[in-house]
Design a protein around this ligand. Structure first.
Ligand code: UTP
Length: 293
């Protein structure tokens, strides 16, 4: 029987240099899109996909992420006194159950591959998901849930989220070399980190959602430093795909790079326009501002 994916890793140890000065003292993952921090979207997505245990790989300056996923008794009692039961319920329901959250400290930001490796002892010998909170996806069905369904159809294997990007932008992404491709599921033959357009094997980019077999940890253990002198997850995945089935899923949805200022602003507008309580007001503001341009 197919082993269930029960655990998810959230690497949140990066420095967020593209978003300075906002990220000097505040983790990038706590930046709010409309009224919810990026990391809360990521955890909600994982829960909706059936994830039961949540492993955060953190670093210096990230403790407010731990506070965010904790009870706040003073705040709760004030909300109760003031009769604000809707927001109180929302806050309480947004927390993963006690005993299902773990924080592991990545003492130095040595790269995404290293951050994932830090979760090795906690994950053990079972398949697991990785979610990068700064890749925010607007979709009817959460992206990780779509990937779980694809995994069921495929009978297992490693899966990553893939999307087509304009060919001139390949150097911003990990790019996959496709084999079999039925328009939804793509066999991954190879991965190249940030290739120039002339060297790119396709325009299919890897987005920050992965379901991985635990054998990736043995590879990461011995992974040498790659681009940017960091231990790259993409390099380890290139080794993994030689011995383990590997697929990309063209997910349904729109992805926003919230680690980038423009991507983040775009996400705020797109998510606000989806909200019944504010879409009219936001549309009016956009019309008013753009008429002055
Ligand atoms: P990024 O490539 O966006 O790097 O990391 P970054 O440091 O967060 O941001 P910039 O590029 O300097 O602006 C992708 C994901 O991997 C995590 C980040 O937190 C982010 O979720 N990461 C990266 C780690 O957890 N540890 C690392 O050592 C590096």
């Amino acid at each position: 029987m197919l082993q269930k994916v029960r655990k998810a890793v959230f690497p949140v140890g990066g420095l967020g240099t593209r978003f300075l000065p906002a990220t000097k003292a505040m983790p990038k993952e706590m930046l709010p899109v409309v009224d919810k921090p990026l990391i809360q979207y990521a955890v909600d997505e994982a829960r909706e996909a059936g994830i039961e245990e949540f492993v955060f790989v953190t670093g210096r300056g990230k403790v407010i992420i731990e506070d965010h996923f904790d009870r706040s008794y003073e705040l709760e009692s004030v909300l109760r006194e003031r009769g604000k039961s809707d927001i109180l319920d929302e806050l309480q329901n947004s927390l993963p159950k006690t005993g299902t959250v773990a924080y592991i400290r990545q003492q130095e930001p040595e790269g995404l591959g290293h951050a994932v490796w830090c979760a090795k002892r906690y994950i053990g010998d079972e398949p697991f998901a990785v979610i990068l909170a700064d890749d925010l996806i607007l979709s009817d069905k959460p992206c990780l849930a779509q990937m779980m369904e694809a995994r069921e159809e495929l009978g297992g294997g490693n899966i990553l989220a893939a999307m087509e990007v304009s060919p001139e932008h390949t150097s911003r992404y990990g790019i996959l070399k496709p084999g079999y491709d039925n328009g939804k599921i793509i066999e991954v033959k190879h991965l190249v980190e940030k290739p120039e357009p002339k060297d790119a094997p396709s325009n299919l980019a890897v987005i920050g959602r992965y379901i991985l077999e635990p054998s990736v940890f043995d590879i990461l253990e011995n992974q040498t430093r790659g681009a940017g002198n960091e231990i790259q997850l993409t390099d380890a995945l290139c080794s993994l795909l030689k011995n383990s089935p590997f697929y990309g899923l063209r997910f349904d949805g729109t992805r926003f790079d919230c680690g980038d200022k423009i991507g983040f602003l775009h996400a705020n507008i797109a998510f606000a326009l989806k909200r019944d309580d504010m879409n009219q007001a936001v549309a009016d503001i956009i019309r008013e501002i753009s008429s002055d341009l």
